[in-house]
Design a protein around this ligand. Structure first.
Ligand SMILES: [Mn+2]
Length: 317
């Protein structure tokens, strides 16, 4: 019987590192009662995570598929809870625990262990669990956990960041011997925003969510970058073309691409058509110019970008 620790589909750094860090805790501290604990991922890691793993000379966990699971294996979910974000075909009865920092949307038929805290990164929760259990991660794992917190909280700037995230990050930075956290943050941002190898369609589908706003399907893709101006100057027409194609392919009513500059702390919304422009102007104020709307210092899609758009659809019904 094995226990797999696994993050969500389309894994980000927080999700991949959480599988590694929670597995390390469960392997190292026997009070949890798990044996044979194995970190896993649902799909290959993204550019940012690959950069970090290479930098600290660690390998990514193996990709797990539901067919590899034995019927007596157990699964611990990290950094997600909703069914549609889980490993495809994962039987619900094999899930024994969830550690997450997202809104809970669960209905299990059996009791399981749940740890939810509204902090900026699930690695903040795992570091907190480590501290409570007198477990110290090694310097490489501490560096990755710090990176995960910096990535998820956009260098402590996101509206989702809490004092606990800063607290735990300081502890991890000490363990990892990282003195200049700002310089480390910039390195991570640069790796995250390297879109040089992506086509415009890949950028439009790189980090998107499709929301159902009062029956209207609205797709919001977000690109976090340190080169907002360059991307708009070089790729705007190509991105708009890709948006038209993706809108049709995915059958959504509206499509928005948010280009967020994580150093300038500014987001610009790319708007495909007249009706999209009307929605954007109503949601955020201001005026769409040449298919771009400056929406100011809104960084978090979850907290600051999707809700004003949702409000327009609520109001129109
Ligand atoms: Mn996360």
């Amino acid at each position: 019987m094995k226990t797999y620790v696994i993050g969500h589909l389309k894994p980000d750094t927080d999700s991949v590192v959480a599988a590694m860090s929670l597995a390390a805790l469960y392997q190292g501290a026997d009070c949890f009662g798990y044996q044979d604990v194995i970190p896993a991922i649902t799909e290959e890691v993204n550019n940012e995570t690959k950069f970090l793993l290479d930098k600290f000379e660690l390998s990514a966990p193996n990709v797990l598929t539901a067919t590899q699971l034995q019927t007596d294996d157990q699964v611990v979910l990290v950094d997600h809870n909703e069914a549609n974000q889980r490993l495809i075909d994962l039987p619900e009865k094999q899930i024994v625990e969830i550690v997450d920092h997202h809104k809970a949307n669960l209905n299990f038929n059996q009791p399981i262990f749940l740890t939810f805290k509204p902090w900026g990164s699930v690695n903040t929760i795992i570091a907190h669990m480590m501290q409570k259990n007198n477990f110290t991660p090694d310097s490489k794992l501490a560096a990755l956990m710090l990176a995960a917190i910096l990535s998820d909280t956009v260098g402590f700037k996101s509206a989702t960041c809490t004092p606990k995230d800063r607290d735990v990050a300081a502890w991890l930075a000490g363990l990892a011997n990282i003195d200049d956290v700002d310089a480390f943050t910039l390195e991570i941002f640069k790796a995250k925003s390297d879109v040089s190898k992506l086509s415009c369609e890949e950028i439009v589908k790189n980090d998107y969510k499709i929301f159902d706003f009062a029956g209207s399907k609205v797709m919001i893709d977000q690109l976090e970058t340190v080169e907002q101006d360059t991307i708009l100057a070089d790729k705007k027409d190509c991105l708009l073309e890709a948006m038209a194609k993706v809108k049709k392919d995915l059958g959504v009513e509206h499509i928005f691409v948010v280009i967020t500059d994580i150093l300038k702390l500014n987001s610009k919304l790319l708007v495909l058509d007249e009706s999209g422009a009307a929605v954007a102007e109503q949601a955020f104020g201001g005026q769409v110019t040449k298919q771009v709307l400056d929406i100011g210092a809104r960084l978090s899609r979850k907290k600051e970008i999707a809700p004003p758009i949702e409000a327009i659809f609520g109001a129109s019904k």
